[in-house]
Design a protein around this ligand. Structure first.
Ligand code: NAG
Length: 228
């Protein structure tokens, strides 16, 4: 269906891969984090979609990683408050942050929708592309919601660590949350390109059919010229 349509389809595919990376963050893959907190004892906390990992944990792990179970919703504010250099959170902000973590169950849903949008717009022809763009729109809206909530959750934790640890602990946003942001952009452009290339292709085809008869004499004239 043309080069631009291919670009749109590729962007939907890229978005699903990016969302997959966010989904398999710690504790599934220890090193992928939405927020990383470097503790003053040398360990690092990696907060992910379905839990967290302590990299280089002490006893009884002897420098190995320790990870929580895979679980919908966990308590990053609580975990930070329990580390040595930290203070308790304000109950409302800490509680809000912890309560909102269960919305991260949206990450695999967005990933699945982006992948379905990719498959449909790649293989299902014109109406498929319209339907694919529609599914991509749903994925995009959910990703927007996730982005807002995730930056709220981990923004609160990031802020707390920066404020109360007097530089002994350091928080940085991780690859998991940047992949989510990149997926948001890829979904936006993928959705629009797939939508418009589908409809532009249809308009061109219709114009082609309508002008066939008018074109006829021009073609014969051209042929006659070709003989000379
Ligand atoms: C550092 O502190 C964290 C949280 O209190 C703990 O889980 C980790 O094992 C500690 N690491 C070391 C090397 O003591």
């Amino acid at each position: 269906m043309g080069f631009f349509h291919f670009i749109g389809v590729f962007l939907l595919f890229a978005a699903s891969i990016l969302l997959l990376i966010t989904t398999i963050s710690a504790p599934v893959v220890n090193d992928i984090a939405l927020l990383r907190v470097h503790l003053n004892n040398g360990s690092t906390l990696n907060f992910g979609t379905f839990g967290y990992c302590v990299l280089n944990a002490a006893q009884p792990n002897d420098g190995n990683d320790w990870c929580s179970k895979v679980h919908i919703g966990y308590k990053p504010a609580n975990i930070i408050a329990s580390t040595a250099a930290s203070q308790d959170f304000d109950e409302i902000t800490g509680g809000t942050s912890d309560a909102l973590t269960s919305t991260m169950v949206l990450h695999p849903i967005e990933c699945g929708l982006a992948f379905i949008a990719f498959v449909i717009s790649a293989f299902a022809g014109m109406f498929g592309s319209l339907f694919g763009a529609l599914i991509a729109l749903v994925a995009w809206i959910l990703t927007l919601i996730s982005l807002a909530i995730d930056f709220t959750v981990f923004g609160i934790v990031h802020h707390h660590v920066s404020d109360y640890s007097a530089g002994r602990e350091r928080a940085t946003f991780g690859d998991g949350i940047w992949c989510l942001a990149a997926a948001f952009v890829a979904l936006f452009f993928g959705m629009f390109i797939v939508f418009f290339t589908c409809c532009a292709a249809r308009r061109e085809k219709r114009r082609g059919v309508a002008s066939k008869q008018e074109v006829q004499p021009v073609q014969t004239r051209r042929k006659r010229f070709g003989m000379f």
